[in-house]
Design a protein around this ligand. Structure first.
Ligand SMILES: Cc1cc2nc3c(=O)[nH]c(=O)nc-3n(C[C@H](O)[C@H](O)[C@H](O)COP(=O)(O)OP(=O)(O)OC[C@H]3O[C@@H](n4cnc5c(N)ncnc54)[C@H](O)[C@@H]3O)c2cc1C
Length: 422
């Protein structure tokens, strides 16, 4: 019997997992817009001062033994080496250059903010302490998913100060999004996911794993057995009676029996020439936040000694959200020895690294889990079929590598379900 010809569009974790799952019975061709596979999971080789090369992950750095259990199991099967991240290193540090607020978690039981400052009026100090306690309980209570982070001020009585200094930074750091995007998140889902991954004040930061040698150790192994067309963006996907027609950006047509669309939801919708109403509604309800992430060695941006530092310029400045800097400290996060600090920074209007110290720069997009997006995610399992299936980390509110892995595997199973029927 002829093997099924299948296209996978997008070589992130979801597309690679689909290709890997299909490889035994399908001839798989992966179309990828960029020059490498892995999508957001990307390892860059940089020269170390001693002449050796360091493998630095510019996007995905960590997996969690609870949230990413199945992906970690597969990594071990593939011979990649997940190693536990030592618990001594603080995961997150938040600093405000205006009021002096500072919080390192885990490690500090309460922030060094207004609660600890005698010069701040006592009503404000009491409110901050109350908000901090309430925040810890919020996800466990099961707040309605229809409230955004910004709604917490009006609907739940949180102070704007608390939202700006604690809630927004924690979401930015956990979701790799900008502050304006963090404010649009469904509050319950943002907190619920943080709790699942142990990312909330007052909880220990345990269970994190990193890949010795970088995420490419599993990315490369998942890619085995498929044909790759790198630097080949797909412009159009048309479902026909005979299968799926694809047109790449050079205008070249390709025909396949089946396809998996494993690109971000906004890109998937743009590619479909005739989306069904269900596809338009669900994919169109998931917004994305695209940002430039710059790998560099400019230690002026090093921030605090934590895996990720969030630095707000000053809360007195109206454009504080736009000026915030998020810096990943690879030496801490990936246990890279000194003396050079390897950092990845995302900022819109804040300090930028010295161009002479920039090693790499790329744009990554993350789904913004608004209340509308959360509702749309529940409908995603219905938008594909056994000829054209969809996958991506956007299939689950957690939106991480583990979610992408599960979505890619499910999309492949969808295509395999009727492999003997025309
Ligand atoms: C800075 C940063 C750090 C992160 N850290 C972590 C972490 O530590 N742990 C974790 O679990 N998650 C992390 N995430 C989230 C995680 O990276 C993503 O959720 C996950 O990698 C997304 O996988 P995906 O397959 O859905 O999409 P992607 O990785 O985005 O892959 C989609 C692929 O489709 C390609 N594509 C797009 N359009 C086209 C087209 N027209 N034609 C062909 N190809 C196309 C893209 O080039 C891309 O390669 C992080 C995200 C960012 C931005």
């Amino acid at each position: 019997m002829a093997r099924v010809k299948t296209a996978v569009i997008g070589a992130g974790i979801s597309g690679l997992t689909a290709a890997y799952t299909l490889r035994k019975s399908h001839d798989v061709t992966v179309f990828e817009a960029g020059p490498h596979s892995g999508g957001n999971a990307h390892t860059v080789d940089v020269p170390a001062p001693d002449g050796t090369r360091l493998a630095i992950d510019t996007g995905v750095v960590r997996l969690h033994e609870n949230g990413d259990r199945e992906l970690l199991r597969l990594c071990e099967e593939l011979g990649a080496s997940p190693v536990p991240v030592p618990e001594g290193v603080p995961a997150t540090a938040i600093r405000c250059g205006g009021c002096g607020f500072s919080f390192t978690w885990p490690g500090a039981t309460s922030p060094d903010g207004p609660a600890a400052r005698p010069d701040v009026p006592s009503a404000k100090r009491t409110k901050f302490t109350e908000d901090f306690r309430k925040f810890g309980h919020l996800a466990r209570e099961g707040t309605q998913t229809s409230l955004t982070v910004d709604d917490l001020v009006r609907e739940r009585g949180f102070s704007p100060y608390f939202i700006e200094h604690v809630v927004v930074p924690l979401i930015c750091v956990a979701r790799a999004v900008s502050p304006p995007a963090a404010r649009r998140f469904s509050a319950a889902l943002a907190f619920g996911t943080s709790l699942r991954f142990g990312m909330s004040p007052g909880m220990p930061s345990s269970g994190w794993m990193r890949m010795a040698g970088g995420t490419r150790t599993y990315v490369d192994r998942l890619a085995d057995g498929a044909a790759f067309r790198l630097s080949t963006p797909v412009d159009a996907v048309t479902r026909t009676a005979a299968g799926v027609d694809i047109r790449d950006a050079s205008g070249t047509p390709h025909h396949f029996d089946k396809a998996v669309l494993a690109v971000p939801a906004d890109r998937a919708l743009r590619m479909l020439t005739h989306p069904t109403p269900a596809q338009s509604t669900a994919l169109g309800a998931i917004p994305y936040d695209y940002n430039e992430w710059i790998l560099h060695t400019d230690s002026r941006l090093r921030g605090a000694d934590a895996s990720v530092a969030y630095h707000m310029g000053s809360c007195a400045d109206e454009s504080a959200d736009e000026r915030a800097e998020i810096t990943l400290h690879h030496n801490a996060a990936q246990e890279i020895p000194g003396p050079v600090a390897y950092l990845t920074t995302m900022t819109r209007g804040g300090a930028r690294p010295d161009p002479r110290r920039v090693l790499d720069s790329r744009t990554h997009g993350c789904a913004v889990v608004t209340p509308g997006a959360a509702a749309a995610m529940a409908r995603l399992p219905d938008i594909g079929d056994s000829t054209l299936a969809f996958a991506g980390a956007y299939f689950e509110p957690a939106c991480g590598q583990g979610a992408g892995f599960v979505a890619g595997r499910n999309a492949a199973h969808r295509l395999l379900a009727d492999r003997d029927t025309p």
